[in-house]
Write a protein that binds this ligand. Structure first.
Ligand SMILES: *Cc1c(COP(=O)(O)O)cnc(C)c1O
Length: 230
């Protein structure tokens, strides 16, 4: 077993343990392997170990990998900041976008999604800790923006995504995830649309996210090892 596959196994054990501890249905939490800055051989090794969904932050890097790995049946997720001039290629090459943080981006993705690919899965990114420096819509704008996205053709709004400020203890980690969960339920009530996704939790806080209802955890260093310092 490669080192990556061993780490992958450890992450699966943490997810299963948390599903059990927090009364989540077994298999209800999906694992997104965040492969930014990692090379295609590492992705192949993880694919051989059963991992199917990969998340990328940088478009050009992602397009090179998608091309190099087109023989594999990978679900590609875009999770990084989106400039408007990048939406066309994102709409053409990805299955999911977790980081939609303004309506303009959603409109462009909708207009540019090739019909033959089917709807693009979307999460609205929310600035849940209200940090000045972070991307994401303000929590009190999320209902209205979701309503607008739900009206767009060729997108399928699945739910919300957040990257909370890091916190050291479990209770403080849980709090922003709890707020995101409450926000999803408010949007669900007000739109009556079947939103099923909370994309939240990374290597250091995935247990807290699962406790609060995460359906996708996005794990990078826990699978690939520490990122090389730039
Ligand atoms: C890098 C990244 C992750 C993974 O972070 P780790 O701490 O390495 O698990 C998750 N989500 C986003 C949006 C990221 O950019």
């Amino acid at each position: 077993m490669s080192q990556h596959t061993q780490r992958l196994q450890k992450i699966h054990e943490r997810i299963q343990q948390s599903e059990h501890d927090f009364d989540r249905e077994a298999g209800s939490v999906h694992l997104l392997a965040v492969s930014k800055t990692r090379d295609v051989d590492d992705i192949r090794a993880l694919y051989a170990g059963g991992q199917r969904d990969f998340g990328e932050n940088y478009l050009q890097e992602a397009l090179d990998k998608i091309q190099a790995l087109r023989d594999l049946d990978i679900g590609w997720h875009f999770i990084g900041p989106i400039q408007s001039n990048k939406t066309q290629e994102i709409a053409q090459h990805f299955d999911w976008v977790h980081s939609v943080d303004r309506l303009k981006i959603a409109r462009r993705l909708a207009a540019q999604r090739p019909a033959e690919l089917g709807p693009l899965n979307i999460c609205l990114q929310v600035n849940i800790s209200n940090e000045a420096s972070k991307s994401g819509v303000a929590p009190d704008e999320a209902v209205e923006i979701s309503r607008e996205i739900l009206a767009l053709p060729s997108l399928r709004l699945r739910g919300l995504m957040a990257i909370p400020a890091p916190a050291n203890d479990f209770a403080s980690q849980r709090l922003p995830f709890c707020h995101l969960r409450a926000l999803l339920s408010r949007i669900h009530q007000q739109t009556a649309m079947p939103l099923d996704t909370l994309s939240m939790g990374m290597t250091d806080d995935l247990e807290a996210a699962i406790a609060e209802g995460a359906t996708w955890v996005r794990v990078g260093s826990g699978i690939f090892g520490p990122r090389p310092k730039k």
